[in-house]
Structure formats: structure tokens, C-alpha cells
Write a protein that binds this ligand. Structure first.
Ligand SMILES: *Cc1c(COP(=O)(O)O)cnc(C)c1O
Length: 361
């Protein structure tokens, strides 16, 4: 069986050259006589892999020196609790802008530690748009303002960094990190589970402006302390070495392909093709997100006749297009088209959709 075009939302498709290199190095890495996943994280080999991955991510995302870059475990969800423990005083107010499912989980994780002010929330409208910035009710003394850059399930993406002046901006970039050039200096903290746009599940990237480490935060164990992780090069305990290594291969691949500027161009073309196919279908397919807030990474869509969903998924699978089933929260379909999804994959999906419509429409 050959590799399909895999539209999985995460864990998601990886570039074939990355998988091939990992395969080639699986039994024996770089002359050490063992796989990189079989040697100590404190040894010179892995230390160099870790250092190179951080350097490459800094280059890829133009991360300024006054930002720490951490490679942690626990996924994006753990960071949603840790940010409150590290950067807010007990019970302090924090502002959240909710534009989908993941904004809600962020609040759920923070709530035991802080006083959550929901500054804006688009749930009443079915999470189909981003609340206008003028309508946000931000607090005067919030510890931070949190938003989700790209809502992976609802397919809603901020296309601009919101301007907030009351507190540092914290953002969940799990499903859109490194999809385009980003001015990191606008943020206090950026975090992302790697399994959408950065590679393998099991490692989470946290980018923090170092001056935030001066905040006392809340009583917490050392293992939950971001500053300790920064001081210990993200090796307070055994890190997920395989995942970190694989993410490093992914960073190298993205740089070799032309970096975030090139991926921004490809991602724009991929998303435009898919949305044009949907919008040009005369209602056979539909996406309900306000145009200006449509995600370039996750494209949810519905068939006019949901009774055709099963046939759509089955025939797509036969055509080598897999993992298109929508999230159970929304139903319908979803095509996740991260950096590692080649343009040919999206072209194949668009032609399949037109062909399916011509047969069932
Ligand atoms: C997948 C996802 C999460 C959850 O990530 P985990 O690594 O499973 O904790 C959080 N936020 C966004 C935007 C996501 O896409």
C-alpha cells in the first residue's frame, strides 16, 4: 500500500523525507552504535540534537534572544494550566478570548488557579467568527490575555495579532505555529503541541519572554516551574528524546523548503483552492465560518445532504484521501492542511470533491 494524502488534524501527516531519514537512522544514529532514542539525554549526542533543534526553531521563527524556548511534555493542555501557575498570582484575574473548543479547554485548565474573565466569546454564534476587538472587555490588572490563534476544530483563525495593551499576550499556536512569518516580540508566551504543524506528538514547544520569569506565580513543584525548565535546558527529567529529535528533523526540512515565508505562500494557495471548491459548489459543500476568520490550516465543511457523508468518506479513502471525518463536536468533514500537506494533496482533494459532486449533486 502506498502512502495516502492524510488530512488528519493531529497527530498529523509528516513529510516523507523526514520519515525516510528517521527510518534510515532508526537502528543506528550517526556512528554511535545505537538509535538516538536508546542513548542518554545527558550524553553529547543527544545534547547536540537538542541544541540544534532549538537553534533551527529560533531561525525558522525568528525568535528573539530575550525569549526562552522550552521543549516540554504534557501537550498544549498542560501548558494551559502551567501558564496560570507560573505567571498569575493566586486568584489573580486573567483575560480569555474564546473563539472555539480549545479556548474553552484553556479556561478549564486555568480556572482552579485564577479568576477567569471571559473578555469575548463567540460561542453564541456557533464559533463562526472572531469577536470584534472593540467589543472585548479586558481587565485593568489581568496577569495575561489568552487567545487561540487557530481553532483546530472550528476552523477559525486570527489573521492578525490582536493589539492588547493591558497585559502580555499569551497564545495557543498548536495548529498554526510556523505556518507563516510571526512577530514573536508581540507575545509574552506562545505554546504549541508539536503534533499538528511541527511534527510528532509528545513534545510541546513553549516560547516565553524571559522577563516573565520574574513573576512569582503560585506555589508549585519544581517540575511545573518554567524558569527551572529554562535553566535546565528542558531536561529537568528525561525529555521525550525521540519526539524532540523528530521535531528537529521537521525544523530542518521546513528551513530547507524555504522557511515560513515559503510555507505562508503554499498554505495560502492550498486554503484558497479548498475554499474556492467549497464556495463554488453551489451549496453542495459549505463552510460556515466568516470569510475573514477562515482557517488556512483546518477547513471544516459540510455536505448539503449529510446522508452522503459515509459515501464521501469511503470514496475519498479509495482515492487515497484519508482522515477527512469532521470532529464529533461539529460533524461533517474537516481537511487539515498543515505545512507537511503537499499542494498535490489538496489538488487531489479538490478534484475528488468536484468529481463526487458531479456524481451525487
Ligand atoms: C490539539 C490542540 C490542543 C490540545 O493539544 P494536546 O497536545 O493534546 O494537549 C490545544 N490547542 C489547540 C489549538 C489544539 O489544536
Amino acid at each position: 500500500m502506498s502512502r495516502a494524502f492524510n488530512f488528519s488534524p493531529g497527530p498529523a501527516t509528516l513529510p516523507e523525507p523526514v520519515l525516510r531519514q528517521a527510518q534510515a537512522e532508526m537502528l543506528e544514529w550517526n556512528g554511535v552504535g545505537a538509535s538516538i532514542v536508546e542513548v542518554s539525554h545527558r550524553g553529547p549526542e543527544f545534547i547536540e540534537v537538542a541544541r540544534q533543534a532549538e537553534a533551527d526553531l529560533r531561525t525558522l521563527m525568528s525568535i528573539p534572544d530575550d525569549y526562552a524556548v522550552l521543549f516540554l511534555q504534557g501537550g498544549a493542555t498542560a501548558q494551559q494550566a502551567l501558564m496560570a501557575l507560573n505567571f498569575a498570582a493566586p486568584g489573580q484575574t486573567v483575560d480569555y478570548v474564546v473563539t472555539g473548543h480549545w479556548g474553552k479547554t484553556a479556561i478549564k485548565q486555568a480556572r482552579p488557579y485564577v479568576d477567569v474573565n471571559i473578555a469575548a466569546d463567540s460561542e453564541a454564534g456557533g464559533f463562526r467568527d472572531i469577536p470584534a476587538r472593540d467589543d472585548w472587555r479586558l481587565s485593568k490588572d489581568a496577569a495575561y490575555v489568552h487567545y487561540t490563534a487557530n481553532e483546530t476544530i472550528h476552523g477559525v483563525e486570527f489573521r492578525d495579532i490582536p493589539q492588547v495593551d493591558n497585559a502580555p499576550l499569551f497564545a495557543d499556536f498548536s495548529s498554526s505555529i510556523a505556518a507563516e512569518p510571526l512577530d514573536v516580540s508581540r507575545f509574552g508566551m506562545i505554546y504549541a503541541g508539536a503534533q499538528k504543524n511541527l511534527g510528532p506528538v509528545g513534545v510541546t514547544v513553549v516560547i516565553v519572554r524571559r522577563d516573565l520569569f520574574e513573576r512569582a506565580g503560585q506555589p508549585r513543584a519544581d517540575i511545573f516551574n518554567y524558569q527551572s525548565h529554562a535553566n535546565g535546558d528542558s531536561m529537568l527529567n528525561t525529555p521525550p528524546t525521540w519526539n524532540w529529535y523528530l521535531a528537529g528533523l521537521m525544523f530542518k526540512w521546513m528551513l530547507a523548503e524555504g522557511g515560513v515565508t515559503e510555507f505562508a505562500r503554499r498554505n495560502a494557495r492550498k486554503a484558497a483552492l479548498l475554499y474556492d471548491t467549497i464556495d463554488g459548489s453551489g451549496g453542495f459543500y459549505r463552510n460556515e465560518v466568516a470569510h475573514a476568520a477562515r482557517s488556512r490550516m483546518n477547513v471544516p465543511f459540510f455536505l448539503r445532504d449529510a446522508a452522503l457523508d459515509a459515501a464521501f468518506l469511503k470514496e475519498a479513502g479509495t482515492a487515497g484521501l484519508i482522515s477527512l471525518k469532521g470532529h464529533r463536536v461539529l460533524g461533517g468533514m474537516r481537511a487539515s492542511i498543515y505545512n507537511a500537506m503537499p499542494e498535490e494533496g489538496v489538488q487531489a482533494l479538490a478534484s475528488f470533491m468536484r468529481d463526487f459532486q458531479s456524481r451525487y449533486g
